[in-house]
Every structure is written in C-alpha cells, then in structure tokens.
Ligand binder design. Structure first.
Ligand code: ATP
Length: 302
C-alpha cells in the first residue's frame, strides 16, 4: 500500500493560453498536515480541483491514496473536501444541512450529532445556518467534508476571512483531526495562518511549485536579524564593517543596517558602535517570518 496521500508529477493545467498550473511536483505523506500556500490566483484551487477529479489536467499525472487521479471513483469515497466555500441552505439548521448532505451522498445520517461535536458545534446544531458566524460556517463545512469518514481531507482556504480567534479554532480542529490519523491538505494565501500546524509545505507562485518540503527545513533557515539605524546615515557602511569584523554579515537596506545576529548580540553592537563614535537611533532584533525567510533563500522578493 502506498504511504503517500498525494503524489503529483508534472501536473499542469492550461485554460486556453493561460497556464494556471505548470509542471507541479510534490508529495504528501499519509498522516501529515500539509499546507498549500500561494497568493490569490497562483493555482491552488485549480490544483485541488484536479486532485478531486473535478477538472482534467492538461499534462502530468497524480495519485490520491495510491489511485490515479484520472480514476476519481477509486478514491473519492475516502476523501473529504471543502472547495471554494461550503454551500448550505441558509434557512435550515446546521444539523439539517448535514442530514441533507448525508442522505444525498449515501452516508450514515446517524453520525450528524457526533460530527457536529467533533467540529465544536455540538450545542449549535439546531440553529439556522444563516445565524452562524463565518468561523461556524467553516466548521460546518469541515463537518460536511468529514461525512465520508475520509482518510484525506482537502480544504481550500478554510481560514480565509476569519479573525485570529477563528483561525486558532480551525487550527486546533485540524490538528485534532490529524492526531486521529486523517491526512490534511489545506490551502491558504497566508503562510502565517497555517505554518504552525503544517508538517510540510507546498508553496505555489504563478502556477509553479517553488518549495515543497518539511516546514522544519524552512524554520531552520530562519536567520535572526538585528535592524539598526544610525543618527547619521553616513555611518551605515562603518556600522556594517564593525559587524563584519565581529563575524556577522550585514547589508544596508534603505536607511537601515540588517545584521545577521541573534537578539543577545544587540547590546554588544550598540557598545561597539558607541566606541566607534556612531550613535544608533534605533536597534531592534527581529526574527523574519517563514515567508521572508523563503524569499531571502530564493532571492525572489516580488
Ligand atoms: P484563489 O485563492 O484566488 O482562488 P488560486 O491560487 O486558487 O487563487 P486558481 O483559482 O487556481 O488560483 O486560479 C489560477 C489561475 O487560473 C488564475 O489566473 C485564474 O484566473 C485562472 N483560472 C481559474 N479557473 C479558470 C477557468 N475556469 N477559466 C479560465 N481561467 C481560470
């Protein structure tokens, strides 16, 4: 049996002359959470639709749970999906909506209450859908995706538009589903919203996979930086030299010196600058986000 939930090779999709996805290659091991990240329009939804057999690729191949994506009937009964926002009847309650979907899909209707509890809506199942907050709507969407008791859950932007508390709730829910053995493939246009729960990341930009690997590998490349400003900007090159003599590389960005060093070296830098007759008007240690780290690594700061 395959140990991969998703595997794609050179997967491509063109709409007329427009290339939406170009030669995508990545793998998602079973039992992991994989973040699928890219700006709006980078091809995430198109990729997910191909993986679910909703549209055909114009090139390349892929497998889901060991079965080829041109035979979705072989794996769809083991996959739960929420693509482009869940569609529910506003005037029906959450529980009624799930019962309708269960009946239509041929799933067990007796599991509705336990699914509502699983997504944290146990006591709101009888409220009308139209009274739900955005976060509750997303959680009901995830409950619907869980109806087939899936091995793989594919969610397109489930955190989109949520406030920080709502994002946190979805994160916790997905982590708990992953701890029950479900593989989670979740897209977001903001890496910061999902980096914490993702074991691995696939980053998409303009239809191309620009990073596919462990989140940890990106984290290890995060370089703490001290950002310093001189009262007299002409002192910037001298400040960089001082840092370099002490073994820390640095560069000038705008009117700031960016020096690769951890926060505890800031006091030393301040002292060395003072001894050299340089007055610093600002000195702040920062840890770049994974997004910044990635673009520093690739030199792509678009
Ligand atoms: P978003 O988060 O905004 O949905 P995305 O990363 O999911 O973005 P896609 O929706 O996959 O991106 O779109 C990728 C590209 O393909 C875009 O340039 C989009 O305009 C184009 N595209 C998507 N669907 C179609 C379609 N049915 N016909 C023509 N072009 C399309």
């Amino acid at each position: 049996m395959s140990t991969l939930a998703i595997s794609v090779k050179d997967l491509s999709k063109k709409y007329g002359d427009r290339v939406a996805v170009s030669h995508a290659n990545f793998e998602v091991p079973l039992g992991t959470v994989c973040g699928f990240v890219g700006p709006n329009g980078s091809g995430k939804t198109t990729t997910m639709r191909m993986l679910l057999g909703l549209i055909s690729p114009t090139g390349g191949t892929g497998t889901i749970l060991g079965e080829p994506i041109n035979h979705p009937e072989r794996y769809l009964n083991r996959v739960g999906a929420m693509i482009e926002g869940p569609a529910f009847y506003p005037a029906l309650s959450g529980a009624e909506n799930l019962r309708v979907l269960a009946t239509l899909g041929g799933y067990e209707t007796g599991q509705v209450q336990s699914l509502l509890e699983r997504v944290g809506l146990g006591d709101r199942g009888d409220s009308k859908y139209k009274t739900y907050s955005l976060g509750m709507k997303q959680r009901l969407g995830i409950a619907a995706a869980l109806l087939p008791n899936p091995q793989l859950l594919m969610l397109d932007e489930p955190t989109n538009g949520l406030d920080p508390a709502g994002i946190q709730e979805i994160r916790e829910l997905l982590r708990s589903l992953a701890s029950q053995g479900i593989t989670v493939f979740i897209s977001s246009h903001l890496l910061s919203e999902i980096e914490m729960i993702s074991d691995s990341l696939v980053m998409l930009r303009k239809g191309k996979v620009i990073f596919a690997g462990k989140t940890q590998d990106l984290l290890e490349r995060q370089q703490p930086t001290i950002i310093a400003k001189c009262l007299n900007t002409q002192d910037l090159p001298k400040l960089i030299q001082i840092a370099q003599s002490a073994g820390h590389s640095g560069s000038t960005i705008g009117e700031e010196a960016h020096i690769l060093a951890s926060a505890d070296w800031a006091a030393t830098l301040n002292t060395l600058a003072f001894q050299a007759g340089i007055t610093l008007s600002q000195i702040s240690p920062v840890l770049p986000s994974l997004e910044e780290t990635f673009f520093e690594m690739t030199g792509d700061d678009e």
